[in-house]
Design a protein around this ligand. Structure first.
Ligand code: AMP
Length: 288
């Protein structure tokens, strides 16, 4: 599965990508995360990207494309990947097309997450992420709950931090850049027959269900925990049902026939024992 998640900053691409990763076990490739990591590590790429990121502008295409080429070439992407935050303009979309064509691994789907402008601003103001594992939370819509209080990297509660570019002025610029440069990708992918648009407002689980449906994978909608519980329940429920089905399919005879067949088998075995005993006795008599 090779998927692109499109949507404005704050539309939930990161959150929904993480949910897909848990369910389908293909990596999320977030250019924003890769760039933030480069900035934090103080690499040359980070140094070159930093200013544009702080201003809410797009980082130079050549830098981002170099990063994507390298990442998509890694072995964990063989089963697929989820692109989050890339492509961000038409030049990047064309470059991605060429790259995947040369690898003979074309995109399977592009999903646009639609969220109203006011809601985007509200979400971005509440967005926090764990400084250690990167998991995204929202103080308003999805705060850390009892099942997510520990960070898998540290084993301690998540250390929530706000992204420096989630401040009011930078958010306005990022949304403007999205409208100008990224929105045209909706028509680009629609023309290629790859686009699905989903309503990404409201309950996070409901959005995951819509996303799963758009990808033609209803099974993705269930959380791993709920999936395991549903499986257990189904197995427990299935036992008597499974017997009936198997009996119907002829693999297992109904109880009455099973008893009759068992009696025949028993009688045949007893006859065989009697026959062997008679022959042995006859042989003994012959010897004498
Ligand atoms: P994100 O985390 O996706 O919101 O990205 C944060 C910032 O990283 C953006 O505001 C851009 O400055 C930069 N960035 C992320 N992805 C791209 C991209 N595909 N092209 C250019 N700049 C990007």
């Amino acid at each position: 599965m090779r998927i692109v998640l499109l949507g404005a900053p704050g539309s939930g691409k990161g959150t929904q990508s993480q949910r897909l990763v848990e369910r389908v076990h293909i990596p999320q490739i977030s250019t924003g995360d890769l760039l933030r990591s480069a900035v934090a590590r103080g690499t040359e790429l980070g140094r070159l990207a930093r200013e544009a990121m702080e201003g809410g502008r797009l980082v130079d295409d050549s830098l981002v494309l170099g990063m994507i080429r390298e990442r998509v070439g890694e072995p964990d992407t063989r089963r697929g990947f989820i692109l989050d935050g890339f492509p961000r303009n038409l030049a990047q979309a064309h470059a991605l097309d060429h790259l995947l064509e040369s690898l003979r691994r074309p995109l399977d789907a592009v999903v646009q997450l639609e969220v109203d402008y006011k809601e985007l601003v509200r979400r971005l103001a509440g967005r926090r992420s764990c400084a250690d594992c990167g998991r995204v939370f929202n103080l308003l819509t999805s705060p850390p709950g009892p099942d997510s209080t520990l960070c898998p990297k540290t084993g301690h509660p998540h250390r929530l931090v706000q992204r420096p570019d989630d401040n009011e002025a930078t958010v306005a610029e990022r949304l403007r850049v999205y409208d100008e440069k990224t929105r045209p990708l909706i028509d680009f992918y629609r023309a290629r027959g790859l686009l699905q648009v989903i309503d990404a407002e409201g309950d996070v689980d409901a959005v995951t269900r819509r996303l799963a449906k758009a990808l033609g994978e209803p099974a993705l909608a269930k959380s791993p925990k709920k999936k395991a519980a549903a499986k257990k329940k189904a197995v427990a429920k299935k036992k008597p049902e499974a017997r009936k089905t198997a009996a119907k399919a002829g693999r297992r005879k109904p109880a009455a026939k099973r008893t009759a067949a068992a009696s025949v088998r028993k009688a045949r075995a007893a006859a065989k024992v009697r026959h062997t005993a008679r022959r042995a006795a006859a042989a003994r008599r012959g010897k004498r």
